[in-house]
Design a protein around this ligand. Sequence first.
Ligand SMILES: CC(=O)SCCNC(=O)CCNC(=O)[C@H](O)C(C)(C)COP(=O)(O)OP(=O)(O)OC[C@H]1O[C@@H](n2cnc3c(N)ncnc32)[C@H](O)[C@@H]1OP(=O)(O)O
Ligand SMILES: O=CC(=O)O
Ligand SMILES: [Mg+2]
Length: 578
Amino acid sequence: MTTIADPPRTLARSTGSPATPPRGTALADSATIAEGTMDVVGPPVPGSEEILTPAALEFLALLHDQFADARTELLLTRQRRTREIAAGADPDFLPVTRAVREDSSWRVAGAAGAPGLSDRRVEITGPTDPKMTINALNSGARVWLADAEDASSPTWENVVGGQRALRSAIRGELTFEAPSPDGRTPGKRYALNTSELTKMPTIVFRPRGWHLFESHLAYTGTDGSTQPASGSLVDFGLYLFHNAAELIERGRGPYFYLPKLEGHREARLWNEVFELAQETLGIPRGTIRATVLIETLPAAFEMEEILYELREHCAGLNAGRWDYLFSVIKCFRNRGDSYVLPDRAQVTMTAPFMRAYTELLVATCHRRGAHAIGGMSAFIPDRRNPEVTEQAFAKVQADKEREAGDGFDGSWVAHPDLIPVARAAFDEVLGKRENQVERLRDDVTVGQAELLDVASARREGATITEAGLRTNISVGVRYIASWLRGTGAAALDSLMEDAATAEISRSQVWQWIHCHTVTDDGVAVTRELCESMLREFLRSTPRSRGDRVDDAAAIFREVAMGDEFPPFLTTSAYARYF
Ligand SMILES: CC(=O)SCCNC(=O)CCNC(=O)[C@H](O)C(C)(C)COP(=O)(O)OP(=O)(O)OC[C@H]1O[C@@H](n2cnc3c(N)ncnc32)[C@H](O)[C@@H]1OP(=O)(O)O
Ligand SMILES: O=CC(=O)O
Ligand SMILES: [Mg+2]
């Protein structure tokens, strides 16, 4: 069997024999197993008692005992690598893992033994507040990506409330009453159409990426030092702890999307987390399934290795186009004009370098028995505006037809009204088949040159415009304000905006300033110009109490217009305000 050169880390300590969990509250009666402690330092919020139980906190402490240091190390590796690329070192396929790529004998677990994951033709995504949870589970999609990441603002209320909604939905119990529209008539009532999990979309939960902290939980290690918890381990750990046994009992399983990985060592860390978590909760090894988002440029060069590291737990890869674009800008932010991308709206999935990435993803997945899942078109319908809706349907239809034709096994939609459009595109190609994993794309010959041909976007005629700059500023500030108010996905100018799309807006402004870009309509992009556009935007924006627009503008100045390039706008905003 092929091996990857560096051996897996040895876990610091053995956890002994697996505990047998009572349904839904594994470890409740078990002896102390964690060496460190996890303390709640945030205020009580609705759901705290149900979610932050002593046993759940102990499970989180155990995950931090074992993995907090490795996470920190990997984040430092990321920073080093991004700096090297920004300074001129092109990413490439790794020589040390050549054997893994060339060994054609291994496959991932895929959907085998993972009920509800064979047919993923339409996946709806969205945050986990009770109303969206019910609407998504009633939507008729095959899968619901329950999102604690790009679509989520990680307020403490949202983190705990989202876990509570999921816990209750999985047990078929979730209901919700919207606030009264006028203070007299009752608000709209929401309930699940069915309490049978197997009749709902399969739930795939996306925890926060490795870079994010959860500052309302403090981990104290055996050396006595205290640090904020990892957002990834908190989200993953709470979801698994409360729901794994229930999901299995009800005919589904603990399934995850893993965001923003930058390489196979990060995948290995997740695999180790899965192994320990399964063992500790008494879940059979290999029960967890992960679909990894390939949404950073470095990860595009390690797709095979990522699949390999997670092979016992891996269901597939997803083409996360928005973070991918953000990552391309981040990596090449200082590399001069030939790496400068055109207006956000003009970079489409048919730009050669984007096409290269998705083609390679499909080919890689199918060679290894993994599902290839497509991404999100940002066009959303507007039930009050048929013209906008018609345009969104046409754009989404073209996007999904291209993906299905290229060999993807399914794809994402942002809104329930888009489900029939995406389904029709995949039905047309899949017919009665559940997926097209058997369709090998041996015709794909994508290499380093194709993946790095960022200049191809502008060669195809796309431009940089003054209007594009203004849009980036306006969208960036409005999205950050929404995020600070606790809403992580928003409809702005008839487009879905979330943390990933907002990252593109702000990083593009940073890149244009630092590369001394002159727009195709002859405007030199400078910090002073951006500042004056920002002020103009603030003057012309109607304001209300608590709208957080000024706070958002302060964040925007820091992440888009500063000397340094903060790696994520969410980490900057979280550190300042959460
Ligand atoms: C880059 C990436 O990571 S993409 C993945 C992350 N992004 C996302 O998941 C975005 C998901 N989409 C959304 O959050 C929403 O569609 C938005 C914010 C873009 C638009 O939402 P709204 O402004 O509420 O849209 P609209 O008013 O048309 O919604 C109509 C109904 O559909 C529901 N709805 C809309 N989108 C969704 C969704 N994704 N899931 C479940 N229900 C939804 C609304 O709750 C609303 O229900 P109601 O009639 O009971 O009030
Ligand atoms: O997470 C998805 C993306 O496009 O980013
Ligand atoms: Mg993303």
